[in-house]
Design a protein around this ligand. Structure first.
Ligand code: BGC
Length: 349
């Protein structure tokens, strides 16, 4: 039988943050806190059935409030970069907090990752589930409209961690939600992910300028270090990637599947542990970020995290899409429902 339990993880200004543990029949386990819907740990079996925690994280709430490079968090209202933090909607101009060089990044000073969500744990068939909800007030982080957002986590009996988002708003606004776990399939404290093999279902990517804002073009990955059309060791072209404005792999891939269609986006395999992760989404883009900016962070269980010790595969709309008309739009009109499903699906080989 799948199981769900909860306990207190800490308090923010007197308000408790709960930690929910979802466990399936084979013992795989996800721990999620109500601050940001953050995935604090994820235990998955290796080829010999040994469970290891394969996401980077902290052992205490304080670090999630002060030090976190979005470890395990759900990101909103708008993931990734918006040039100058500016956009225009229905004739009104909006200025978001500029919190990443000249850009707005990942929802602002206090994005959804910093909010305490309401939570309800339950089981459904062979899945252990957690439904998280949050109401973002009109004007929060300068985004228009009151937004109701829901993130449902399901840990299935077949070792799939699904996240189903939906959102609606009482005014026209923008939304682009994603999940920001840093995975290391060899175990969270195993050093660089350079020996992982990665395959991304994308023939094209969105090149960026010196501020990491897409130029608006789509370019073929063929002949570049971003060619992951066949499985490739991440370390193979890491030096090439480090010469870029992005200081390593930190790129948005334009997925081959039709937009809005749910399908495979990427697969990662760690030969040492035999763990494999397949990522599915219905969004058009996938940001692959190799933890370039993680430096000397004290993690849970005595771990020390340094550059490239994890990888993020973040399904989303393209960066700065609100200002680039040729990219799929992140505009959500009053009365419409935004939906986004992600699956991180685990197996061994
Ligand atoms: C971005 C990186 C950024 C990181 C913050 C990623 O999603 O692509 O550029 O530094 O988030 O932790």
């Amino acid at each position: 039988m799948p199981q769900v339990s909860s306990k207190e993880f800490g308090k923010v200004q007197g308000k408790p943050v709960e930690l929910y543990t979802l466990t399936n029949d084979s013992g795989a386990k996800a721990e999620i806190i109500t601050l940001g819907g953050t995935l604090v740990s994820l235990y998955m079996p290796d080829k010999n059935g040994k469970l290891d925690d394969i996401v980077l994280g902290f052992g205490n709430l304080e670090q999630y409030l002060t030090d976190s490079p979005y470890f395990g968090a759900n990101i909103g209202r708008a993931a990734n970069r918006i040039a100058g933090g500016k956009f225009t909607l229905e004739g009104s101009e909006y200025q978001l907090a500029v919190n990443n060089g000249p850009n707005a990044l990942h929802g602002g000073e206090e994005g959804f990752n910093m909010k305490i969500w309401d939570a309800e744990g339950y089981t459904s068939g062979d899945s252990a589930c957690l439904k998280l909800t949050y109401t973002s007030p009109d004007g929060e982080e300068n985004y228009p409209g009151e937004m109701n957002v829901e993130a449902v986590y399901s840990l299935t009996g077949s070792n799939e961690l699904k996240i189903d988002f939906n959102a609606s708003c009482d005014k026209t606004t923008i939304v682009n939600l994603t999940h920001h776990s840093y995975f290391n399939l060899a175990g969270h404290n195993s050093g660089k992910i350079y020996d992982h093999n990665l395959k991304i279902e994308a023939d094209q990517y969105t090149p960026v300028d010196e501020n990491m804002i897409p130029t608006g073009q789509l370019k073929p990955v063929e002949g570049t270090f971003l060619d992951f059309r066949s499985p490739k060791r991440i370390g193979e072209d890491a030096e090439e990637a480090a010469k870029e404005y992005t200081s390593g792999f930190d790129h948005n891939f334009a997925l081959n599947k039709p937009e809005n269609e749910y399908g495979l986006a990427a697969s990662v395999y760690d030969p040492k542990s035999g763990r494999k992760m397949d990522v599915y989404t219905d969004q058009p883009g996938l940001q692959f970020y190799a933890a370039n900016f993680v430096e000397n962070l004290k993690g849970k269980q005595g771990a020390l995290y340094n550059p490239h010790c994890g990888l993020c595969l973040e399904p989303q709309k393209f960066p700065n899409a609100i200002n680039i008309p040729s990219f799929a739009s992140p505009v959500l009109k009053k009365g419409e429902i935004y939906k986004h499903s992600i699956s991180y699906s685990f197996s061994t080989e």
